[in-house]
Design a protein around this ligand. Structure first.
Ligand code: NAD
Ligand code: GLY
Length: 367
């Protein structure tokens, strides 16, 4: 039997909002949005890939609940998370007559969600928006927590704003049309939550790994719910990443180095994060925060999720340089999020990044 829909709340005072999670919740999206807002004018941003599957049911449900909906289509791809696309969205919203009494709705993955959220944060000095994430990564991570933004020629996500949505509506049935590669990439972020914040959840992933990999809907609903619950707890404590929220960057420091060295061509973000988590777990062992059995459990789970583990073959020098270009480097030192065993973490400052990389690359055969 399929799970009924479930609702979580992200508690942020007057910026609090519900996350509705279930299979087929797109069909009732009009009802859900009516419950959170009196606004009835919606600029719906999506791309052609997602629109082909989901625009019709979303527009039908919204229209039946009395919303006037203006779809805005943007091109599909990370390269379009840009100032040019943003300008196009503003133009389309003005042309549709959107005013301060209207709102945006993002229907799609993290690219659509981040860009639409930033459009909402800035259009007419800020209007509300709703996240309707349709990738696993967007359902478990990017749609929750209010980070919005676009890329700049100098780097990813360099322009942005914190702008919390009015609501998140995550239909896990949309994950059935995702490519295998995008689905597995999202699983890397799922594993991240277990590794550093919740051992029980990590064990759940181990026990249900094959059902999850096969996209069994109840299992998907459970993982989206758990990840959103964990992320909400983090965001509630540290909305603007003054400290704790940086735990969500687990695996991302090495992940970014891998993405930079391979020029964003070889790995998806999730794949790079998977490689980065393995390196973080190995570094944790080197720093005395865990043993190799932890690295082993992590790598076994990532393997079932068809994610890569090994550092691509660049020299220690190249890794050192790529790590030092990270925006988190302060006076040559780099702060890593390291797992302590499974389910807890610490922030560890590494002063001699070069020596650490030498050792990690030298010991690479332990993976
Ligand atoms: P994406 O948005 O590019 O989506 C991946 C692909 O799947 C796209 O081609 C998309 O059109 C397609 N797609 C989306 N839903 C589909 C569906 N249901 N069926 C079939 N195809 C579908 O990529 P993503 O992985 O969702 O998001 C990556 C972006 O998220 C990056 O820009 C990253 O910076 C951002 N991000 C933001 C945060 C945050 O906190 N705001 C967190 C993590 C990542
Ligand atoms: N994806 C990291 C964050 O939301 O903080």
């Amino acid at each position: 039997m399929m799970n009924a829909e479930q609702v979580l709340t992200v508690s942020l005072g007057e910026r609090s909002y519900p996350i509705v999670i279930g299979a087929q919740v797109l069909a009732t999206i009009g009802k859900h949005l009516s419950e959170v807002s009196a606004i009835r004018t919606v600029a719906l941003v999506t791309n052609a890939t997602v629109a082909a599957f989901y625009l019709k049911p979303v527009v039908e449900s919204l229209t039946a609940s009395g919303f006037a909906v203006q779809p805005i289509l943007i091109p599909d791809g990370e390269e379009f998370k840009s100032a040019e696309t943003l300008a196009m969205v503003y133009d389309a919203a003005f042309a549709a007559g959107l005013d301060r009494g209207g709102m945006f709705l993002a229907l799609g993955g993290g690219v659509v969600g981040d860009l639409t959220g930033y459009a909402a944060a800035t259009f007419l000095r800020g209007v509300p928006f709703v996240q309707v994430p349709t990738t696993l990564l967007a359902q478990v991570d990017s749609s929750v927590g209010g980070k919005t933004g676009i890329n700049h020629p100098r780097g990813k996500n360099l322009i942005g704003a914190f702008h919390q949505p009015l609501a998140v509506v995550a239909d896990v049935a949309t994950l059935l049309t995702l490519s295998d590669r995008d689905f597995c990439s999202g699983l890397a972020e799922v594993v991240k939550y277990g590794m550093v914040l919740d051992e029980k959840f990590f064990s759940f992933l181990e026990q249900n790994a094959h059902l999850i990999r096969q996209r069994q809907l109840d299992a998907l609903q459970q993982i989206v719910l758990e990840c959103c619950r964990i992320k909400a707890l983090v965001v509630e404590k540290d909305e603007r990443e003054g400290g704790l929220r940086a735990v969500l960057n687990y695996g991302h420091t090495f992940g970014h180095a891998v993405e930079t060295l391979t020029k964003y061509q070889q790995f998806t973000h999730g794949e790079a994060v998977a490689i980065g988590m393995v390196q973080a777990a190995r570094l944790a062992v080197m720093q005395g925060h865990g043993d190799l059995a932890v690295v082993d459990r992590l790598t076994r789970l990532l393997q079932i999720f068809d994610l890569p583990l090994a550092l691509p073959p660049f020299s220690a020098d190249e890794y050192d340089r790529a790590l030092r270009s990270d925006k988190k480097v302060r006076e040559g030192a780099l702060t890593f999020v390291l797992n302590q065993g499974i389910g807890t973490f610490s922030f560890v400052k590494i002063n001699d990044v070069a020596a650490m990389v030498q050792q990690l690359v030298k010991n690479h055969e332990i993976v």
